[in-house]
Design a protein around this ligand. Structure first.
Ligand code: URA
Length: 444
């Protein structure tokens, strides 16, 4: 088999076989296939696409390029959750302790990632001592005892995807649906959970700006998961404005703690309940959506989710008392209000601009080695649909330097669009994709 022929066949619009896909993924992971040939193939895929079977085979080949976690030492059916990412997305911090409080084991692998804020692990590192660098045995033990653990993605997890994603990033070949779906799912499948819920975001702050693209991606990922033997569903959620009010690591952790105390912002909680319902139903703990949602709500009312969060932080070395005293979490020295000048309704809050402002403040990473200021960020005092008067505070900037605060100020002003009429309400939940509605694909 020759890589040249594989590139040529894809260039002509032909479907690649399982053997061809395995050959190119194995060869690329081992360094036997050079970047220039892989780049040519990725570009050919961007122009010609891949069918469902090829997409599934690519996901499976990348899954098998490294360790596939065997979670059989953990009792019960393990759940995992993945978000395609957005601004202010602290859903995992709220949802996972709620699920664990219901006795459903959460075995989650998370990344740090590049972006406007850190990833879930960076956020959790706001608790001094917290570590996600768990040995596998420790991870299994924590899930068995606490019912939840979060572990950093190891180098051995889907190494083919790691290498390929870095290549796609610099060859303008990221935005191809089959490549995205197989990339995300290769890591989820390698993480070993039995039940997966995907939060596929759509809107100005999301990877998938158009709703139709978000649904198409969700369907492709659910199809892959189903054919790989997982219980899986995807919820398509709004990311046209930041989720909740807080953007920035410690601010988001504080908002997550507020949410676990029953004071969560409505939009965030709607997403949490929609995703949680999918997990509770898939785990067989409830017979109806209403029952599942009620069970989740109880974990907030009776504070079992809050206590579970504290238990989890402690089990991974973090200072548990900060869950009950969030004022002790990292706090920025400067607070600068962003003042409104015009009467009207907040019609749009460009999530991407707010994300950029967070990045300017030092709350995110521009390269994988850059450090993060956990204390900085933006608190949105006004959200879409709120009426604002001149002089009202639209948002509050939390900064470590006044120059950075001033730079972020301009971005935040630009992010808000004020108009005389009340904007139409945009639903948070655009739909749910479940395997029953998916056809095609091929059993592995
Ligand atoms: N996230 C991933 O993990 N892979 C992609 O291809 C795109 C986003």
């Amino acid at each position: 088999m020759r890589m040249y022929d594989i590139i040529n066949r894809k260039k002509m619009g032909q479907s690649l076989t399982r053997e061809e896909i395995r050959f190119m993924i194995d060869g690329y992971t081992k360094g036997e296939i050079p970047d220039y040939q892989m780049s040519a193939l990725m570009m050919a895929i961007c122009f010609q696409g891949m069918d469902e079977t090829e997409t599934l085979e690519l996901a499976l080949a990348m899954r098998d390029s490294g360790d596939v976690l065997d979670l059989s030492q953990i009792d019960g059916r393990k759940v995992d959750k993945h978000s395609t990412g957005g601004v202010g997305d602290k859903t995992s911090l709220v949802l996972t302790p709620m699920i664990a409080a219901l006795g459903i084991p959460v075995a989650k692998m998370s990344g740090r990632g590049l972006g406007h804020t850190g990833g879930t692990i960076d956020k959790l590192e706001c608790f001094p001592g917290f570590s996600a660098e768990l040995a596998k045995e420790q991870f299994f033990q924590n899930v068995n005892q606490v019912k939840m653990a979060i572990m950093g993605q190891t180098k051995e997890l889907a190494p083919a995807d790691k290498k390929l994603y870095a290549l796609r990033d610099v060859t303008a070949t990221v935005d191809q649906l089959s490549l995205i779906a197989s990339s995300i799912m290769s890591k989820k499948l390698a993480s070993g959970a039995d039940i997966i819920v995907l939060d596929v975001k759509t809107g100005s702050g999301a990877f998938m700006k158009q709703e139709a693209d978000a649904f198409a991606l969700a369907e492709e990922m659910v199809r892959i998961g189903k054919n790989a033997g997982k219980k899986i569903s995807a919820v398509i959620t709004d990311m046209d404005q930041p989720l909740g009010n807080a953007v920035g690591n410690s601010l988001e952790v504080k908002e997550a703690i507020l949410s676990l105390n029953g004071l969560g912002p409505a939009d965030l909680m709607e997403v949490v309940y929609a995703l949680g319902t999918e997990l509770v139903l898939a785990a067989g703990k409830a017979d109806s959506q209403e029952e599942a949602e009620e069970m989740l709500k109880q974990t907030i009312k009776n504070k079992t989710a809050l206590d579970k969060f504290a238990e989890f932080i402690e089990a991974q070395g973090g200072e548990k008392r900060m869950v009950y005293q969030p004022e002790l979490l990292p706090a920025a020295s400067i607070q600068l209000p962003v003042t409104n000048t015009q009467a009207g309704y907040a019609a749009k809050i460009q999530a991407e601009e707010i994300g950029q402002a967070s990045l300017l403040l030092g709350g995110g990473r521009t390269t994988k080695d850059s450090s993060i200021d956990l204390s900085v960020g933006i608190l949105l005092n006004k959200k879409r649909g709120d009426f604002v008067r001149p002089g009202d505070t639209l948002a509050t900037i939390y900064a470590s330097s006044i120059d950075q605060a001033k730079e972020a100020y301009g971005k935040i002003v630009c992010a808000y669009q004020i108009q005389p009429d009340m904007p139409e309400k945009i639903p948070m939940i655009k739909g749910v994709v479940r395997p029953q509605a998916i056809h095609g694909g091929k059993a592995p």
